[in-house]
Design a protein around this ligand. Structure first.
Ligand SMILES: Cc1ncc(COP(=O)(O)O)c(C=O)c1O
Length: 361
């Protein structure tokens, strides 16, 4: 069997060890005579999976006791709506920092619920960089401030987070959670769809400061309240059991290889390989992001002409590289190098980029 060099933006590559473990347990999970997918979500075997996943996440991110860990559904996109539904008070403002299409989408949902503001935006530069923290404009009436830590489509990432004390700081970490150590206490709510660094699609992880759960949310439908899920430890209704099982295995894998410090080093090595190929090409490959704002998860670049870009993508495909097309809204090329992408895949891609450059310069 030959595994593809998988650079998909999400769903994306999972660690081989995790897939093998899931395969070995697929038909008979821990002597139950059934797959984990067939277990009742009220069984002790499943509950053990569920609570172990939450505990592993707590251990890996040093999540303090005054935060809850929730497993929800609906993707990060449902969080775009749940956040203002739960936290945007009448007469107050939801303040968004725009760094790409996903922050725009988050803002769009808040507009359905109430008043919004834009604390900062780099749209004019086509989102090539992360705004200077000192340029951000807050408002005394902010209900919360929202940012996107890694911009999957444009390939930029926050390397220093703003410190916000006048209102809760909420972050969409869908495409870089667990890629590096995380100062959980800098945020009041962290959310991420699982399908990049955490496991398969279908689970959304939310880490929420318990203080935020005390608010009156009588106007919010039951399933859309964070309180509902916190009170029932994410077992209010049937959770995505197989996805949470896979999440647990991915977290166990990360713990086994040394946790977030170790993966941060590995991710830096991978990013250096591909940015190295860009920087050594004398502008043949042109990165979309400015150097200071480069993402260690999504490397975005173009070639001198559209024709060369297409030739690059088609030769790459023939050589077994998958998922290198840029997002349909921006074009060009994108290599997504999440936690599950091995260093060897990045070495192979960097080699291919060097040789394509040598041939077509
Ligand atoms: C940063 C970011 N936020 C939100 C989303 C949307 O996530 P979902 O498809 O889980 O709703 C994505 C998807 O790629 C993303 O990259």
């Amino acid at each position: 069997m030959k595994r593809a060099y998988n650079f998909n933006a999400g769903p994306s590559a999972l660690p081989m060890e995790v897939l093998e473990k899931a395969q070995s347990e697929l038909l008979d999970f821990e002597n139950t005579g059934m797959s984990v997918m067939e277990l009742s979500h009220r069984s002790k075997e499943y509950e053990n999976v569920h609570h172990t996943a939450a505990q592993l996440l707590r251990d890996l991110l040093n999540i303090p006791e005054d935060y809850d860990v929730l497993f929800l559904q609906g993707g990060a996109s449902l969080q775009f709506a749940m956040i203002p539904l739960n936290f945007l008070d009448e007469g107050k403002v939801a303040n968004y920092i725009l760094t790409g299409s996903w922050s725009e989408k988050a803002l769009k949902e808040a507009k359905f619920i109430g008043k919004t503001a834009i604390a900062g935006s780099t749209k004019e530069s086509n989102y090539t960089f992360i705004p200077d923290i000192s340029s951000l404009q807050y408002n005394e009436h902010d209900s919360y401030v929202h940012l996107t830590s890694n911009n999957t489509i444009f390939g930029t990432q926050w390397h220093t987070y703003p410190s916000v004390s006048h209102a809760p700081l909420i972050v969409d970490m869908s495409s870089d959670i667990l890629s590096r150590p995380l100062p959980v206490k800098s945020f009041d709510l962290i959310y991420a769809g699982a399908q990049k660094n955490l496991g398969p699609s279908g689970v959304t992880v939310v880490i929420i400061r318990k203080e935020l759960l005390k608010r009156n949310v009588d106007h919010v439908p039951t399933m859309l309240r964070y309180q509902t899920h916190a009170e029932k430890q994410s077992l209010y209704n049937t959770p995505p059991t197989f996805g949470i099982y896979m999440l647990k295995e991915v977290l166990q894998w990360l713990k086994n290889i040394g946790g977030t410090e170790q993966i941060a080093e590995r991710n830096q090595t991978k990013a250096n390989l591909i940015y190295g190929a860009i920087d050594e090409s004398e502008q043949f490959y042109k990165g979309h992001a400015t150097k200071e704002s480069r993402s260690l998860m999504n490397v975005t670049f173009t070639l001198p002409t559209e024709e060369l870009t297409q030739q690059f993508l088609s030769e790459a495909k023939e050589k077994g590289f998958v998922g290198l097309n840029g997002h349909r809204s921006v074009g060009g090329c994108r290599a997504s190098i999440y936690n599950g992408v091995p260093v060897e895949a990045c070495e192979a891609l960097a080699d291919f980029m060097h040789s394509f450059y040598q041939t077509h310069r």
